[in-house]
Each structure stands twice: as C-alpha cells, then as structure tokens.
Design a protein around this ligand. Structure first.
Ligand code: 1GP
Length: 254
C-alpha cells in the first residue's frame, strides 16, 4: 500500500542519511510568492514541499497555491493538513496524521474520518503519520488542543512514538511548533529514536545551521523548516541547511 511519494522519501533518506522538507503556510503567502519559494527551495536542494498551516481555512486558496507549486517544481508536494479544509486534489500526497497528544477526539480521529472519503475520491497518496506536539507547542498546540510534552520529559515523547509505531503509523513527527523559540532538543530526538524503527520528522523553530546539526546528529531523518524559509533568502538558506545535512552524513561515513 506504500505509494510513490513515500517510496521516494524513504529512498532519499536511505541515500542521503537525512532530508530537508520546505513547509509553506498558505495563509502567509500569495500564490506567486508560494511558487517562487518552492522554486528556490528546490534549487537549494530541498526534497519536497509541504503545504499547510495551523489556522488557514480557505481550500480555494490552497488549491491555487498547490496547483501553481505543482506547475513550478518537480519534487513532490505533500499536504500537511490542520483540518479537512487542508485537503487539495492537486497535491501528490497527504500526511494522513493524527495529533497523538490532543485532548480532542476530533484531532485524533474525527477529522480523519471526514477527510478519508475525499482523499480516496481525489486519488491522493495517504502517508500515515503520528503528530506529537512538544515543548511550547505554539499555535499548533492551541488549535489542536494538545497537552504538549515538556522538553524535559523525553521519555514521554518516546512512549507516544512507540505507541504510534505499534499502531502502524509509518512516520513520527516531533513538532516544537512553528516559530518555537527553542527547537526540539537533541536528547528528546535521541530518546525517541532509541525506541522506533520508522523515520523521524523534526520541526519547529529550526533556523540555524547548529539546530540542523543537533537534530540530525541526534537521529532526525527529516528536517522541516517553515518560518525561516518564508522570511529569508530562500535559495541561500535551503542550500545552507541541505549542505549541513550532507556534511554530517559524510562525517558519519568517515
Ligand atoms: C511547523 O515544524 C514546522 O509545523 C516548521 O516550523 O516554521 O518554525 O520552521 P518553523
């Protein structure tokens, strides 16, 4: 049941050690800007474009953004939905995610039940993923009614991740929240990695080379950056982050 985007991600993780994904929040961008960010991020070596954000609701705007990005880049476009309004027929795949530490059943399974028939109708590739909000959690934590796992409790993140793996989820996402002052700490990433075999995605507040170094050295397989890409010289920034990942991998091989 594994689709082509998932295969592509797994192959790329295997060959590159770890990969970078660029997150575009439709609410923060115009169609033209989103397409230019995606193009520059692709030139900088990002492996795929994720489209989503915690508070946006306009599916028509999302459709326009995804359609334009698809026309601009060859790398896959993966939806990162906050709700059923985050589903676009024009994407390649969707993170079919459950917010594992939400207190609201809607974010655990309700939205997924409503969204599933639409995903089938559109022929979107669904990639099962456990979404775990940690640290301050930021907007995603508030909107998703999560009880964020404190950074000082990495063992709690690990048991959430292990439960997700036993439930059959094929990716685990440790989310520090977009714009987090402190990205997910290395000790939490390491503790989670010790108990899971599936790939680990880490995002939230990753802005600098040292953040990428710390996350990848601790075992992150996918690094997601959003804010920094929207605000900075995209190509330069993505190139720097992707280069950091590659250098780390080469160091490991020596
Ligand atoms: C948020 O993890 C992502 O869902 C990205 O966070 O915007 O802080 O890079 P930033």
């Amino acid at each position: 049941m594994m689709g082509k985007v998932e295969k592509y991600l797994l192959n790329k993780i295997q060959s590159d050690g770890a990969i970078h994904l660029t997150l575009i929040d439709p609410e923060k961008t115009t169609v033209a800007l989103a397409s230019s960010i995606a193009k520059k991020a692709e030139e900088g070596g990002t492996a795929g474009i994720m489209v989503g954000g915690s508070t946006f609701t306009s599916t028509s705007h999302l459709d326009k953004i995804v359609k334009t990005i698809k026309r601009t880049v060859k790398i896959p476009v993966i939806l990162f939905p906050n709700n059923i309004t985050g589903i676009s027929r024009y994407a390649d795949a969707i993170w079919f995610m459950s917010l594992l530490n939400s207190t609201d059943p809607y974010f655990l399974i309700g939205a997924q039940i409503l969204g599933a028939p639409l995903i089938r109708k559109f022929g979107l590739e669904a990639i099962p993923m456990a979404y775990i909000i940690v640290g301050e959690g930021e907007t995603a934590g508030v909107i998703g009614k999560a009880v964020p796992i404190p950074y000082a409790k990495p063992e709690l993140a690990a048991v959430h991740a292990l439960a997700a793996q036993y439930l059959g989820m094929r990716f685990i996402y440790l989310e520090g929240g977009s714009g987090a002052k402190t990205p997910v700490p290395a000790i939490m990433i390491k503790t989670v990695k010790q108990v899971i075999e599936v790939p680990l995605i880490v995002g939230g507040g990753i802005r600098e080379r040292k953040h990428v170094e710390s996350a990848v050295s601790a075992g992150a397989n996918i690094i997601v950056t959003g804010n920094i890409i929207e605000n900075a010289d995209v190509k330069t920034k993505v190139t720097e982050l992707v280069k950091t990942i590659k250098e780390l991998k080469e160091k490991c091989r020596e």
